[in-house]
Design a protein around this ligand. Structure first.
Ligand code: MF3
Ligand code: CO
Ligand code: CO
Length: 252
């Protein structure tokens, strides 16, 4: 069931989304060679707590940390560890979800560590662009997958890139993961008509390969990696469908 958010809920979600965006910006300043992902986790955790909020990932279905840190071929849900030290040339996605006064905001971005290859930079740029294209096409009355999955897949294909199929965006705001499921590839599954008051994420995970398949780490229960070892990038915004179009909520 897709919840249409009322005015009060939208105000609460907006405030949480703003904090998530501020946390992401804050943590991103510390990304450099030699820093480990647990340091980033602690910085984000403290920032969120200092702003009277809760990091949603912590203890979510047993997730052990406050943020996700996904390096290189890790698609998403990377767990921060002291042993995971950033190296020049890496790319890292930081995914932040806050709970403020009971409302959820969810955002992520992929960053370069020091100087990166033109290939890695191109993947980051095209992944960001695919998310923006999809978001900008959202409008009440249109079908969700015509805006998101279709635009993202069509845009990426000429570059030899592919959107991951096994994970997607989601309704968000009153809970971490709500309906609808947001597919980032072309599909006829569960296509829904957009209505004002819907709040969901657009968060394409993009492999630098035409192979979109992923492997789920069975020993830690979380880490998702590209099947073929290729790099993967991701960006995520929480968006609101308005009367006339769309508003990005996870902006500073
Ligand atoms: N923030 C992720 C998303 O965009 C979900 C992370 S679940 C966690 O949906 F448990 F790994 F935190
Ligand atoms: Co999300
Ligand atoms: Co997220």
């Amino acid at each position: 069931m897709i919840v249409i958010k009322n005015k009060t809920q939208i105000e609460g979600i907006k405030t949480s989304c703003k904090l998530a965006a501020q946390t992401l910006e804050y943590v991103s300043q510390f990304i450099k060679p030699g820093v480990n992902t647990e340091e980033l986790n602690i910085l984000a955790h403290q920032f969120i707590i200092d702003h009277h909020a809760i990091p949603a990932p912590l203890n979510y279905s047993g997730f052990p940390k406050s943020i996700c840190t996904s390096i290189n071929n890790v698609v998403c849900h990377g767990i921060p560890y002291v042993k995971d030290v950033l190296k020049e040339g890496n790319i890292i996605n930081i995914d932040i979800t806050t709970i403020l006064n009971g409302f959820f905001g969810d955002t992520s971005a992929t960053f370069p560590v020091g100087k990166i290859s033109p290939e890695a930079q191109n993947l980051i740029d095209k992944t960001y662009q695919s998310m923006i294209l999809a978001i900008n096409s959202l409008k009440p009355g249109l079908m969700l997958n015509d805006c998101v999955g279709k635009n993202i897949e069509n845009y990426l294909k000429p570059f030899g890139y592919s959107p991951v199929h096994d994970l997607g965006g989601h309704g968000v705001g009153l809970k971490f993961h709500e309906d609808p499921f947001v597919y980032h590839f072309k599909t006829n599954q569960e296509n829904i008509r957009l209505k004002p008051g819907m709040v969901f994420t657009v968060e394409p995970m993009v492999n630098a390969s035409l192979n979109w398949h992923v492997n789920f780490d069975e020993s830690d229960g979380w880490t998702v990696r590209t099947q073929d070892g290729s790099l993967s990038a991701q960006f995520e915004h929480t968006v609101l469908i308005t009367k006339t179009g769309v508003e990005i909520l996870t902006k500073i």
